[in-house]
Structures are given as C-alpha cells and as structure tokens.
Write a protein that binds this ligand. Structure first.
Ligand SMILES: Nc1nc2c(ncn2[C@@H]2O[C@H](COP(=O)(O)OP(=O)(O)OP(=O)(O)O)[C@@H](O)[C@H]2O)c(=O)[nH]1
Ligand SMILES: [Mg+2]
Length: 329
C-alpha cells in the first residue's frame, strides 16, 4: 500500500577499542622481565541485517538506543583483549536508513537477500600493548596505546508498508474495532456507517513475525460503481496476500452480505477473488449471533467461518493464526 510509511529514530554506537596493556614479565628467578602487555580488543561494530520474516519496524519502536560492546583491554603475557561483540539490528527488506539530521540516504535495503549484513559503524581499534614499544634503548616502556573511540550516529529508518491482509466488509461490521484489538493502530470506532474515511494500517506481531493489516472504509452495494467510500480504496487491497471478509452476525439481514461483497470486488477487479480469503462472523457476543453463525455456515458450507468478537475476544487467537498462515505461506 503506497503512501504508508513506518518509521523510527535510532541512536547507534559502535564500541570503543580496548586499551593496550602495560605489563612486565614476572617469573621466579627473572628479576627484570621484559614488557609483555597485550593488545586491546577491537570495539564491536553496528551491523544491520535483513530479515525476510520481518514486515515492519515495530520491533524497533520500544528501544531507541543500540550500543555495540567495547573491546576488552589487553592483558599480561601478551594476551589480547576480547573483541567487543557487534550489535546486530534486524530490519525487513525495503528498509531505508537515513541520516536523522540531513535525511541523506545511507543505505537502501530494497535489493536484498535474507540474512545479508551491512556494517554501518566500525568499532574502535584496540590499542597496542607495551611489548610493541620495546626498543634497544628503551627496554621497559611504561606506556601502551589507548584504544580508539567508537562512532555514534543518529539515524531514521523508513519502510514503505504493503498490507498483508485487507479487511472487507459493510460499514459498521467492526473492521476498525478489529484492527484496534489486534494491532498498535488506534482508528476511530463509532456506531454510524462510514466512520472510517481513509484506510488505516496496523501491525500485528506474532512471535517473530509481523503482519500488516489494512482496515478500509466500508463497502456497500454499488461500491464498484462508485457508491460509498470503500470503492476508492479497493486499490489498496490489490497487493495484499489475502482478504478477510467480515459479516456482522448481530444483524438480521446478514444472509446475502457475503455474496454482495463478492460481487462488488469482482466488478472492481476479478483478480481480487483469486486471493486466499477468510470469512469472519463478527459480534459473536450478541445473542442473535449464535443462531446466525449456524445459518451462515449452512449457506456457505465450503467456507471455513471464523466466529469472532472484539468485545469478548472470542476467536481472536484462531484468527491471528489463520492470518499468519495466509501472510507467510
Ligand atoms: N457487540 C459488539 N459490537 C462491536 C464489536 N466490534 C465492533 N462493535 C461495534 O460496532 C460498531 C462499528 O464498529 P467499527 O469498528 O467502527 O466498524 P467499521 O466496520 O470500522 O465501520 P466503518 O468504518 O463505518 O466501515 C461500533 O459501535 C463498535 O463498538 C463486537 O465484537 N461486538
Ligand atoms: Mg471503520
């Protein structure tokens, strides 16, 4: 879905190099051992890695500061300090990294392979230990080299979102309520039709995976010919992996809703009917809904109806799993 951008600001630090060590060999019967201070370890790098199972930047929304580890100082007996661990920041394909202040593009992960890494900031170098500084005239160097500092950057990550699953339904079936219940989005919900005027996107995290859900304005009969609002936004569901059709089972006249929705979508673009789809019966907390669910299932024995209620949260886990399967098939 073009025009929907997920973005987040990060501060990243690579690690400092560890200091070189000042040390002299100490052994029994060797009163004046030579210098044996080892080198410091390299500081950790700031590395980005592309992960195909990520679809959004939500996983980076809570923490904004990322630091690689510093290198360890050198030690006696010419022992090297350990290199500082890199910090690896995972991003979905399509992420763009910009300088926060200037907006200059630093990296574009559009053409990427799963697992591809990019070293953004290098860690500082470790300092050399004092044994490097031994010369004929200077047998006991009492100094070593410090590590070099790490680097810092303030950046902005951006991602153009494409919805995985679009909600399709008449006005007031509870599309926005469902988006609100499942994701970080906060769309307006109200009991009158056409509450939603432009599409809303929300991100649902299930374990390690993200799914982008799109709530579009309600569709009515004649939408494909321009009636109502939904029509203008049908193009936004053209690139989704699947559709969730929603039927309000709290309503008495739900019987032909599904057929009407299919007609409107087909008239608009027949390809939409080739997408995998789910059929949801909504508002199951209402008394009439139980009977209506049985009737809906009788009307469409070939469809697997998932009964849900945003109020009681019935069916939401089953729905999440079904959407996950659809989006990451
Ligand atoms: N009883 C019951 N009411 C619900 C449920 N989900 C939503 N509603 C109510 O249904 C009404 C419409 O909800 P919305 O989420 O705004 O519906 P929508 O499909 O986004 O409507 P439009 O944006 O107008 O197309 C609101 O009054 C909600 O409180 C539910 O699970 N149970
Ligand atoms: Mg709505």
């Amino acid at each position: 879905m073009q025009g929907f951008i997920d973005e987040t600001r990060l501060e990243v630090y690579s690690g400092e190099g560890g200091a070189g060590c000042v040390s002299f060999r100490r052994e029994k019967y060797v009163p004046q051992g030579g210098p044996d201070g080892g080198d410091g370890g390299r500081g950790g790098n700031v590395v980005f890695q592309v992960k195909n199972n990520l679809k959004t930047l939500v996983h980076l929304n809570r923490k904004h500061v990322y630091r690689a580890k510093n290198g360890q100082g050198g030690m006696g007996r010419r022992m090297h300090g350990k290199n500082g661990e890199d910090i690896i920041i995972e991003v979905p394909p399509g992420t763009i990294v910009r300088d926060y202040q200037t907006s200059e593009v630093l990296k574009d992960f559009s053409e990427n392979v799963d697992g591809e890494q990019w070293v953004f900031l290098r860690g500082g170098n470790g300092g050399q230990g004092n044994w490097h500084f031994r010369t004929a005239r200077r047998q006991t160097p009492r100094f070593a080299q410090p590590g070099t500092p790490g680097e810092y950057a303030e950046i902005k990550l951006e991602l153009n979102l494409i919805a995985d699953i679009g909600f399709v339904g008449f006005p007031s079936v509870g599309k926005s309520s469902l988006l609100k219940a499942l994701t970080n989005a906060n769309p307006k919900v109200a009991s009158y039709p056409f509450t939603t005027k432009i599409p809303n996107l929300g991100m649902l995290r299930i374990g390690e995976k993200d799914i982008v859900l799109a709530d579009i304005p309600g569709i009515i009969e004649g939408a494909s010919h321009g009636l109502g609002l939904g029509f203008r936004f049908l193009k936004h569901i053209a690139r989704t992996a699947g559709l969730a059709f929603m039927i309000d089972l709290g309503e008495e006249d739900f019987h032909d809703t599904y057929a009407k929705l299919l007609v409107e979508l087909k008239e608009y673009n027949p390809d939409l009917l080739d997408k995998p789809r789910l059929l949801l019966g909504t508002k199951m907390d209402l008394d009439v809904a139980k009977d209506n669910l049985v009737k809906l299932q009788e009307l469409y024995p070939e469809e697997h109806v998932i009964p849900i209620s945003v109020f009681s949260r019935e069916g939401l886990d089953e729905l999440k799993m079904a959407m996950l399967k659809m989006a990451h098939k």
